[in-house]
Design a protein around this ligand. Sequence first.
Ligand code: IVH
Length: 708
Amino acid sequence: MSPNTPDLFGDAFAASSTASTPVNNPASQAQALRQQLHHHAHAYYTRDAPEIPDAEYDRLFRELQTLERAHPELLTSDSPTQRVGGQVLDGFAQVTHRVPMLSIRTETDTEPSGAEAFDARIRKELGLNESDPAVDYVGELKFDGLAMSLRYEGGLLVQAATRGDGETGEDVTTNIRTIGQIPLRLPTHAPSVLEVRGEVYMRRDDFETLNERQRQRIAAGTKGEKTFVNPRNAAAGAVRQLDSGIAAERPLSFFAYGLGDITPAAEGGPQWQTHFDMLMQLKAWGFPVAEQTAGVQGAAGLVAFHQRMAAERDALPYDIDGVVYKVNGLAQQLQLGFVTREPRWAVAHKYPAQEEMTTVLAIDVQVGRTGKLTPVAKLAPVFVGGVTVTNATLHNELEARRKDVRVGDTVIVRRAGDVIPEVVSVVLDRRPFDAPQFTMMSHCPVCGSLAERDDGEADHRCTGGLFCSAQRKQAIWHFAHRRAMDVDGLGDKLVDQLVDTAQVNTLADLYHLKLDRLSNMDRMAEKSAVNLLEALEKSKSTTLGRFLFSLGIRHVGEATAKELAWHFGQLDAIMVASEDALLQVADVGPVVAHSLRTFFDQPHNREVVLALRDAGVTWPEGDALAPTEMPLAGITVVLTGTLQSMGRDEAKEKLEALGAKVAGSVSKKTHYVVAGAESGSKLDKAQALGVPVLDDTGLTLLLSGQKP
Ligand code: IVH
């Protein structure tokens, strides 16, 4: 521990090693083990900086468990072994809060003006006028969990209670003990009675893991299991579990944000005058306090905090539904007081919800360019994350089945930031009794061709190829793309019309469009029709790389198309190349080679190519692997490690200028690996594959145009 870090637990909590434990005294042995476990649990859960491996923690833990079993009189309520749960209750006892648990007023205006209105109200209540300085506030996150009051007496956690109606809650101590982040005991100088108020919540990743496990249990037929609609609901379920063993399986977290009852330690009263300092004291006593908590000044400070947290929201590992502003000065808080059950000194300023509930009206199957069939949930329109959502992709049959989304289901839809909306889960309680399970159809919904799923693939595909009008439309959009044939003015709607009216059945038909018919299409002025025809004409002179890419062959992207063009020089050579010949091309592996071969083996694809050439599409053709003037043409080099003579970028540039290709990874197609100091796995791979390895001298030789 560095001298600047406060020693959170005083001497009593310093880690000691078991070696120094008196072996023959079980009481001091148990105490020493507990101290170590407290120390490491704090390092792990609260400081996020574990000092020992999990296995070592488990070993210490089991040692203590064994000791306590052998000597039950040594068991204490703050023992870490008491976190695992196991007790099953008939019901929860009622707890009367000595200091009521209040709620906070919610600002309904989600815009920055909501923050300004709060500041204006506070200034008025405090009798401040314009010349008075800005009010000090604390900005906090509004965690989406459930409020909890933790009562410590004599430094030990004696009770954890839910909010209930604010006056009376439920005693959920056994379940709350399972939360690793909550201290079971406080340092010696803490107040003799202390009630810490805060929020129990579940992280999103913990929620996903829990729901996945629940789904597996349901699938395995375990009775009484269910999935949870959101992390808050899962957290609430875990807190109100009568079986604390089950509660322990559901990972919860905690943030402190306030105080209830307090009796200062004998040495004197609380050492803080502000809410912020109180939070920092809680943090020093071992309670998690969100790092975003910040002191801010005046309306401008509140607005800035609101906006900053809105930007950070999606990256947080847990849900928040807004921020909370609190007047910082405790004297000012006292002056402001309460209205009914809410303090005047705090307000919740919400963000638009990121999750909403809606119903699935249908599950449509859409056909992609390469025939991929995608199930899409059609939803009753719902406003979530700032937009109205009506569709959510279910990706493929496996995913649709995994989430078990059915027509008629009530579902939770989430849209966070710019991420595409997704169905998070189904509310099983609301499922209509006759909702059928989703199955992928056996035939393409557009053209009726057989739909197939290859072994090891998740996606079904329509086998109709360009016979399928859905694939044809997308093939045309792709063909016209800026990076393909670059036909300006051929938009989606126009392509739909051209295909639907059978004016364009194959790609080549594009080059036979006539002005009069074109200008009669919906939303098509004569000027745009003329422009489109000109763009089509212009697109006819292209390059072999662009042309190959524009054909939309599966797995053949822009870079691969360029490589193929460079390697073969001529289209005819590519069309007849065997898979083996194709494999000689850099970046071409078995999947791409097979896809190319399959494409060109189909007569209708060869006809399309011929028709396009007949329509006047041309490109300059070269010779296969053109023996150029460049001395290193056809040579592939991989650079690794630190070179002495020059930087890697410089070496790359020089090699490329001589016609060599510089690749990022070593394969059997690599001609040379140039290895400098501290070369790692690439050097190993070169040696394993028998690729010649050059040093700086070898590189110099290469750059002089000689092949070493
Ligand atoms: S302060 C006297 N601070 O929101 C003020 N509450 O409607 C007491 N909540 O019941 C609450 N984050 O469950 C406070 N940073 C935060 C909060 C927060 C979430 C919850 C809490 C409370 C409800 C208020």
